[in-house]
Every structure is written in structure tokens, then in C-alpha cells.
Design a protein around this ligand. Structure first.
Ligand code: GUN
Length: 295
């Protein structure tokens, strides 16, 4: 059996088209949704992500504002940038691109973002609300995976979901969302990580396997069950002198091996990646709609 490809590019385009309609409706009420991105340092991957987010805003009719500062900026200065964005009326969403330079206290910066503008869903208030099943802003990658499954008619209810990776951005929120008592969730969730001793055995139990540990092509065909749904969150640059850039992008899954055995699989690129941006825009438009209701 060859797996059906889950096309994140196509689904993200559908979502962006829906958002454009909402943005038009907001503009008729005099509200232009605004997203501010804060980019510190010169990490090329982070710069690419922020550029992609700004381009997606432009295409959707959302105003975007990028604050770029060198990596040796102080903690106080970054915190002041966030405070200034918190009080701007034209900004509905604030994202501080992660990772921040090593000398910085990233959780402290996250805590300063106004939870009402935390469109990444990283603030402890929003994380807590998600955990108790009262979501405000869901973090974008897990939210994108939920949407990708919903729009491909993959229902996790009653299924064994195995999540590989326990990051605050993907693994932990993904587990919290999928275990909720609600439509599109209701899964039996297991989280694996670097200390999991019987990893292959646990992964083979998965009806839905979500790979998010940042190890290029780590998940091999023998680690998945026949007919499993395989969601690949990894975006890894591996050296490849045959390409113009000298590298290519691969996921955390050995795509060619696993596609022979899975029922559904996400490609990299073009799977989960575009969904993260689509959900960031979704959260920004939602925040602007809430502003419209308040004004
Ligand atoms: N770095 C990697 N993914 C993300 C994300 O979704 N948001 C932010 N702010 N930084 C990231």
C-alpha cells in the first residue's frame, strides 16, 4: 500500500482564502488585523521563518511589522520592545521568534506578552487554558496538525496517538490537545522522548504517529504499524552538495521508507510547515475579531 499524501500546502491555501474573507469583513468595520514579529540575532532559519510569516500576512491582507535587532541586545531591551507592542492599538498579535540568543531568558520574555495578543499560544495563561479545555489561542503547530487531520477526515477519537518529542512548542501542547474530551481529540496519547527505553515498540502501537524530535529521517518503516497515519513535524537541513543551496530539507521521518507502509503521510516540505503559518494568521484574525467586538 502506498500512503495518501496529506497536502499541507493545499489545506493552508484553503485556510488563507477563508481568512481573506474575514479580513475583508473586518476592514469594513475599520479594523485591519496586525501581526508583529520580533527577530533577534542572525539565525538564518529564524530569518526565513519570519520572512515567510510576513509574506503570508501580506497575501492575506494582514498588516505585519517586523522588529529586527542584533543578537547582543539586552534582556531589558527585548522586554521593552514587547511592552511597546502590547499597548499598540494596531497590533493584534505578537510573536517573538524562538530560539532567542542563549544569554536570554526566553520564558521571561514570553510571560511579558499580553495573553490577548499571544497568537503563538506560548504564554502560561494560554497554555493553562488549553490544558483545562478552555482554549484561547492554541499554539500554531499542534493547532495546524489538528486542522490538517480534520480536513483530511482523520479522526483521532479512540486512537492510539504516539508523539515523539516533548518540546513546549509541539510535543507537550499536542498531547494536551489530543487528550481533551472534545471532537477532533479524544485520543489515547503517549509521549516518547530521548529517555524512552522501548521506543520502537511504543511507536509501532501508534495508529497516529507524530514525529517532532528534530532528528533527520529518524523514523524508519520498521518503527511504524501497517496503515498508520504519519505526521512529520521535523524540518532539518542536511548537507547536499548537489543542490544550489548546499543543503536540502528533510523531516524526522524516512519518507520514502514509511510511505510504503503508512495510510497517510505528510511530506517535508509542504506538510505541517505551511499549516503553522496558516494557524498563526488564524489566531491573528481571531484576535482582531475580538478587538472589533470590544470597540
Ligand atoms: N520557532 C519555531 N517555531 C516557532 C513558532 O511557532 N513560533 C515562534 N515564535 N518561534 C518558533
Amino acid at each position: 500500500m502506498e500512503a495518501i499524501l496529506i497536502d499541507g500546502k493545499k489545506v493552508s491555501k484553503e485556510i488563507k482564502a477563508e481568512l481573506r474573507e474575514k479580513v475583508i469583513a473586518l476592514k469594513e468595520k475599520g479594523i485591519i488585523p496586525g501581526l508583529a514579529a520580533v527577530l533577534i540575532g542572525d539565525d538564518p532559519a529564524s530569518a526565513t521563518y519570519v520572512r515567510s510569516k510576513a509574506r503570508a500576512c501580506e497575501k492575506t491582507g494582514i498588516y505585519s511589522d517586523i522588529t529586527k535587532r542584533p543578537g547582543d541586545i539586552s534582556q531589558e531591551e527585548v522586554e521593552q520592545i514587547v511592552r511597546d507592542l502590547n499597548v499598540r492599538d494596531d497590533i493584534d498579535g505578537i510573536l517573538v521568534q524562538s530560539p532567542l540568543p542563549k544569554h536570554m531568558d526566553e520564558p521571561a520574555v514570553t510571560c511579558i506578552i499580553d495573553p490577548q495578543k499571544d497568537v503563538d499560544g506560548f504564554h502560561p495563561f494560554n497554555v493553562g487554558m488549553m490544558l483545562i479545555g478552555q482554549p484561547t489561542f492554541l499554539s500554531c503547530t499542534p493547532y495546524g496538525i489538528v486542522e490538517l487531520m480534520r480536513r483530511n477526515k482523520i479522526d483521532p477519537s479512540g486512537k492510539e496517538v504516539v508523539i515523539m518529542g516533548r518540546s513546549n512548542i509541539v510535543g507537550k501542547p499536542m498531547a494536551a490537545i489530543l487528550m481533551q474530551k472534545r471532537q477532533g481529540a479524544n485520543a489515547t496519547v503517549t509521549v516518547c522522548h530521548s529517555r524512552t527505553s522501548n521506543l520502537n515498540e511504543v511507536c509501532r502501537r501508534a495508529d497516529i504517529l507524530i514525529a517532532a524530535m528534530g532528528q533527520p529521517e529518524f523514523v524508519k518503516a520498521e518503527m511504524i504499524k501497517e496503515g498508520a497515519v504519519v505526521i512529520d513535524v521535523g524540518i532539518n537541513r542536511v548537507e547536499d552538495s548537489s543542490t544550489e543551496k548546499g543543503y536540502r530539507l528533510v523531516g524526522d521521518v524516512d519518507f520514502e521508507g514509511c510511505r510504503q507502509k503508512a495510510s497517510f503521510i505528510t511530506p517535508v516540505p509542504g506538510g505541517v510547515g505551511p499549516m503553522t503559518i496558516a494557524m498563526l494568521l488564524t489566531n491573528t484574525v481571531k484576535s482582531a475579531e475580538l478587538r472589533a467586538q470590544r470597540s
